[in-house]
Design a protein around this ligand. Structure first.
Ligand SMILES: *Cc1c(COP(=O)(O)O)cnc(C)c1O
Length: 320
């Protein structure tokens, strides 16, 4: 009799809560904590552990899942590993050229058995289209679809647990999180502690559509929007996956000052923009704030040289 492989979602270390000691925070009299989701699982990074937990529990007994993502996607990486660990076949429909198969993210995914299908941008845009999905079904056989980034009601159920597990420690005036699809923020909204406001920092430019996407996901999930949340739309540093000398220098100095590594796509942009708010006096003295580290450090591989070069091209001040 074959045994069902162990699920990587059965157990994880509770995320650590760590106070950040920066001169900026001391000077302005704010108390800043970081929730280290990046350390919850060594390979299913950060918020993706929560987003996939129920999406994959639900497919137990199913043979195959298919998802969509970019060539450096933390979601694709996490799903490939989870599928490998759980004995579920995975297919990744990737936006971009087949040459991306050699990058560190997709090399891992292939090593974990993920089948990759590369499509151009125009085709990728059909990802939510049922006719396109039917074509994929004919091609790959029956699969369970997991939306790009794990966005959906089951992802939201997992993300409710991020703050839930904090219990009484979740006594913050403000809770900040980086935003891609908005699925994680939606889960936080659904479990918002009464006295905490939530602020999402979209990693892409023109993120106001996220207000609608998040509201729709809450409705689909049967959650009444409790309010008390918003989006900081200008922290994208020029656009999705763009890195700047300022951002690169900030990442390096932040790591030196706190010991915490950030990723350039999501978490570094959030912390930089948040620190700019603190420096501008937009966060009241005496505030207790939680910054959620959503992980994504696998995406650093292959970017080190760019980050190093950019970091040394910066010689202005930094909000630290
Ligand atoms: C995927 C990801 C996000 C965005 O999460 P959404 O739920 O799509 O908004 C934020 N940070 C990191 C590190 C991620 O990998």
């Amino acid at each position: 009799m074959s045994q069902h492989p162990a699920s990587p979602f059965d157990f994880a270390a509770a995320p650590a809560l760590q106070q950040l000691h920066l001169d900026l925070y001391r000077r302005t009299g704010v108390e800043i904590w970081m929730l280290r989701l990046d350390a919850v699982h060594p390979l299913i990074s950060g918020n993706k552990w929560y987003k996939l937990k129920y999406a994959l529990r639900d497919v137990a007994g199913l043979r195959r899942v298919l998802t969509f993502g970019g060539a450096f996607s933390n979601h694709v990486h996490a799903l490939a590993f989870a599928g490998h660990a759980m004995g579920i076949e995975t297919i990744g429909v990737i936006r971009g050229e087949p040459a991306y198969a050699l990058n560190p993210t997709l090399s891992d995914a292939r090593a974990w058995g993920m089948q990759l299908e590369f499509v151009d941008r125009a085709t990728y845009r059909n990802k939510d289209d049922s006719a396109y999905q039917l074509r994929l079904q004919r091609r790959f056989g029956d699969f369970r679809l997991i939306a790009e980034g794990g966005f959906g009601p089951l992802g939201l159920v997992g993300c409710r647990e991020i703050l839930g597990d904090l219990g009484a420690a979740a006594d913050f005036d403000l809770i900040c999180v980086a935003v891609g699809t908005g699925g994680t923020l939606a889960g936080l909204i659904a479990s918002r502690p009464e006295n905490s406001c939530l602020l999402g920092f979209p990693a892409l430019k023109g993120g106001d559509f996220l207000y609608r996407d998040i509201a729709q996901l809450l409705v689909r999930s049967g959650v009444d929007d409790p309010g008390g949340w918003g989006l900081q739309l200008d922290g994208h540093c020029g656009g999705y996956a763009r890195v700047s000398p300022l951002l690169s220098a900030f990442m390096a100095q932040f790591r030196r000052a706190t010991g915490v590594a950030l990723d350039p796509i999501y978490t570094a942009k959030m912390v930089l923009r948040f620190n700019q708010m603190v420096a501008a006096g937009e966060v009241a003295a005496g505030s207790r704030v939680l910054l959620i580290h959503t992980g994504g450090l696998q995406g650093l591989r292959g970017m080190e040289k760019t980050l190093y070069d950019q970091q040394h091209a910066y010689n202005g001040g930094l909000p630290l």
